[in-house]
Ligand binder design. Sequence first.
Ligand code: NAP
Length: 489
Amino acid sequence: MSTSESDLLASVPDGLYIGGRWRPATGHTTFGVTDPATGEVVKEIADATVEDGVAALDAACDAYESWSRTPARTRAEILRRAFDLVRARKDDLALLMTIEMGKPLAESLGEVAYGGEFLRWFSEEAAHVQGRYGANPEGTGRMIVTQHPVGPCYLITPWNFPLAMATRKIAPALAAGCTMVVKPASQTPLTTLLLTRLLEDAGVPAGVVNVITTTASGPVSEAVIGDPRLRKLSFTGSTDVGRRLLAQAATGVLRTSMELGGNAPFVVFDDADLDKAVDGAIAAKFRNIGEACTAANRFIVQASVADEFARRVTERVTAFRTGRGTEEGVTIGPLIDARAVEKADELVRDAVDRGASIRVGGEKLDRAGTFYAATVLTDVAPGSRILRDEIFGPVVAIVRFTDEDDAVRIANDTEFGLVSYVYTRDLARGQRMIERLETGMMGLNVGVVSNPAAPFGGWKLSGLGREGGAEGIHEYLQTKYTLTPDPFS
Ligand code: NAP
């Protein structure tokens, strides 16, 4: 590890942030955060107990009244300052993310830009929340519709986008006037801890944002979600955990936002611009080492261009450089842990056993850290697990289709519905695909769709609610309708 890395790590807070104070966990318990490229523990941080989780919620509840009454313009200006601070510290945030999560530095910088934009976007949205006033149709009264913050929130984020998944929740919650407890993934808490320091510097008042890091996610979350003072749960992570949390949230009839797993189809028609389709495929598959909910999981390619598509993708993948994300020119970093490597390998083995061919890769790398070779599989047979499960790794699985109906049938043959990608030059066909594919988002001749100004979210088992866009702030607002008598009668 370089000196600049150790200096940066030493400067990151290692405590819980509760009620505006950094403090150790009850009992001073800690846990280690690992660099997946080396397997080394890089920092010890506080390991919150159930008691700490409840203390964080206490602080969020205490701060709620004051924050919810703070003028929207003031909240907006704090968010804007936070955006400026994130931009000013982009290199530190990016390096930290690469150290704890593994993605190449250039991609971490991309995430800082993307994640920071949520702070700017919701600073702009904060002052634009509006109600309405009008006569009822009978003319006997006046109807007033107003928007109010939903209350104290619990925000749980995953490890794959340590900054953006946090700002995508924290920024709209702050903009709406909510207070919160934030629980980052235990594998990548450091980026959130540094972000918290920046929010503090930007002027977020004590108790408005509280952050707990813990290896006891289950019990700590159950206590917070089960507390009758909590009003909202926002979760990004796997569908399995999301389902469990939804069941817990049912007791308090909590507002919930669920950003869950994906199984994105990437459909290439024979009239597509193949160069652009290959560029899109590389972005849709290998961004974030394939560890993205939006990652293309199934490449569904029209039979007449399937061989050429596979040849060009393989050529590009063969030129990738795998290594620690801090090294110059590295395009593929490590997977998050040994379990992720095992899963990618099992899916590849299953596909091969059922007749798929490996064009490149197809193996774990024999080196320190948790690396899996960038892989291209062709002729993946129907029924293969890799077509059903979220791969979450650098593996391209290609299947063929005959005509448009066949492509739609294969693409929709999944319980997930987050995003789809379609490449075609035929406008009417593109429009038909918008109407026929069962996903909350779609890239039409584009391989990356994420944008803070857009409503991000899924259909089917991919989730509930939307993050970003004009919709994002409404996840943290509740509507009140008031009736008053006709003032002229
Ligand atoms: P995960 O295992 O579900 O974990 C997500 C978060 O939930 C982490 O903070 C984790 O904490 C916590 N958690 C785990 N078990 C819990 C429990 N029993 N009660 C309360 N919290 C619990 O998911 P992941 O592996 O981190 O993330 C990958 C998944 O996220 C993929 O399925 C991906 O598609 C999905 N994802 C979806 C989106 C989207 O916007 N739709 C975006 C990014 C990722 P610990 O770290 O302590 O386990």
